[in-house]
Write a protein that binds this ligand. Structure first.
Ligand code: NAD
Length: 266
C-alpha cells in the first residue's frame, strides 16, 4: 500500500495535466447519499418519475414532489466540502490539477476552491432561462430554502401562483433549475471530452461508471495514453481502463495522496 501510494504520488507529481473525474461518492462524506445508497433519496423516490418530471418546471406539484425537493435541498444545504473535495482544490492550487469533471450537482467542488469545474449533469444552485438561455447562480443558505418555503405555501390549483414560483430572468423569461434530468442531454460534454482526452493523468473518484455518457470519460483518457487512477470506497469499476485502483474512501485516500505529492515536490 505504501509502495502503491508512493508510485501514484510520483505519477501525480510529474503530471503535466491532471484531470479529476468525480461522481456522487466524493460527496458521500459530506452527507449526500450516492445515487445507489440504500436509504438515499433515489432509493425512496422514483427516479423515473421525479428525475424526469420532478419539480423542475413546476408544471405540476404533488405532495411527493414537495417532499422530494424539500429533502434534497435540506441535504445539499447542510453539505460542506469534505477532505476529498479539499484535496482536489489543493492539487489545483499546487498547479497540478487543471480541471474537475463532475457528475455531481451539489456545488461542492466550487465551494472547496476549484476554479475549473465541468458539470456534465448541471448544478442545482444555478437557474437557466427558458427564453434566452442565460444562467444565474443561486445563493447557498438563501435561495433554495426560500423556494422550499414558497412551495409549501403555494396553492397548487392556482396556475398564477404556480407560474410565479420560480424567479424570472431579466429578459422576463421563465427559469428552471440548470440540472440534467434523466433522458436529457448532458451539459458541456465537448469540454469534458476534450479535458479527458488531453490529460496525462486522470483521477476517477467515487463513481460507479454506469451513467453514460459521463462513464465513457476514463476510457477517453486511457485511449489517449493517460494514466487512470481510480479511488472508490467499495471496489474497482473501471477495471481494464484503470492503471491503479485504491479501494478506500475519497476523504481518506485523496489527502494522503496530496501529502505524498507534497513530500515528493518538497
Ligand atoms: P453512483 O451512486 O452510481 O456511484 C457512487 C460510487 O461512489 C459507488 O461506486 C460507491 O462505491 C462510491 N463511494 C461511496 N462512498 C464513497 C466514498 N466515501 N469515497 C469514494 N467512493 C465512494 O454515482 P455516480 O457514478 O456519480 O452516478 C450517479 C448519478 O447520480 C450521477 O450522475 C450524479 O449526477 C447523480 N447524483 C449526484 C449527487 C451529488 O450531486 N452529490 C448525489 C447522488 C446522485
Amino acid at each position: 500500500m505504501a509502495e502503491q501510494l508512493h508510485q501514484i504520488a510520483s505519477i501525480i507529481a510529474a503530471a503535466k495535466n491532471l484531470v479529476a473525474f468525480t461522481g456522487s461518492g466524493i460527496s458521500a462524506e459530506s452527507g449526500i447519499p450516492t445515487f445507489r445508497d440504500p436509504g438515499g433519496l433515489w432509493d425512496r423516490y422514483d427516479p423515473d418519475k421525479l428525475g424526469t418530471e420532478g419539480v423542475a418546471t413546476l408544471g405540476k406539484i404533488t405532495d411527493e414532489g414537495r417532499a422530494f425537493f424539500g429533502e434534497m435541498v435540506d441535504t445539499l444545504e447542510r453539505a460542506r466540502p469534505n477532505p476529498g473535495h479539499l484535496a482536489l482544490a489543493e492539487l489545483e492550487r499546487m498547479g497540478i490539477l487543471s480541471s474537475v469533471i463532475t457528475q455531481n450537482i451539489d456545488n461542492l467542488h466550487w465551494e472547496a476552491g476549484n476554479t475549473t469545474v465541468i458539470e456534465v449533469h448541471g448544478n442545482l444552485y444555478r437557474l437557466r432561462c427558458l427564453t434566452c438561455g442565460r444562467t444565474f447562480k443561486l445563493k447557498k443558505g438563501e435561495d433554495l430554502p426560500a423556494m422550499v418555503q414558497r412551495l409549501a405555501e403555494v396553492n397548487e390549483q392556482d396556475s398564477l401562483e404556480l407560474a410565479g414560483l420560480m424567479p424570472k430572468c431579466q429578459c422576463g423569461g421563465m427559469t428552471r433549475f440548470d440540472v440534467v434530468h434523466f433522458g436529457e442531454p448532458v451539459q458541456d460534454f465537448p469540454q469534458a471530452e476534450h479535458a479527458a482526452s488531453s490529460c496525462d493523468v486522470m483521477l476517477a473518484v467515487g463513481t460507479s461508471g454506469v451513467v453514460t455518457p459521463a462513464a465513457l470519460l476514463p476510457g477517453y483518457a486511457k485511449g489517449a495514453g493517460a494514466t487512470v487512477i481510480e479511488v472508490n470506497a467499495t471496489g474497482s469499476y473501471f477495471s481494464g481502463m484503470d492503471d491503479f485502483a485504491i479501494v478506500e474512501k475519497a476523504g481518506d485516500a485523496l489527502p494522503r495522496i496530496v501529502a505524498a505529492v507534497r513530500g515528493i515536490l518538497g
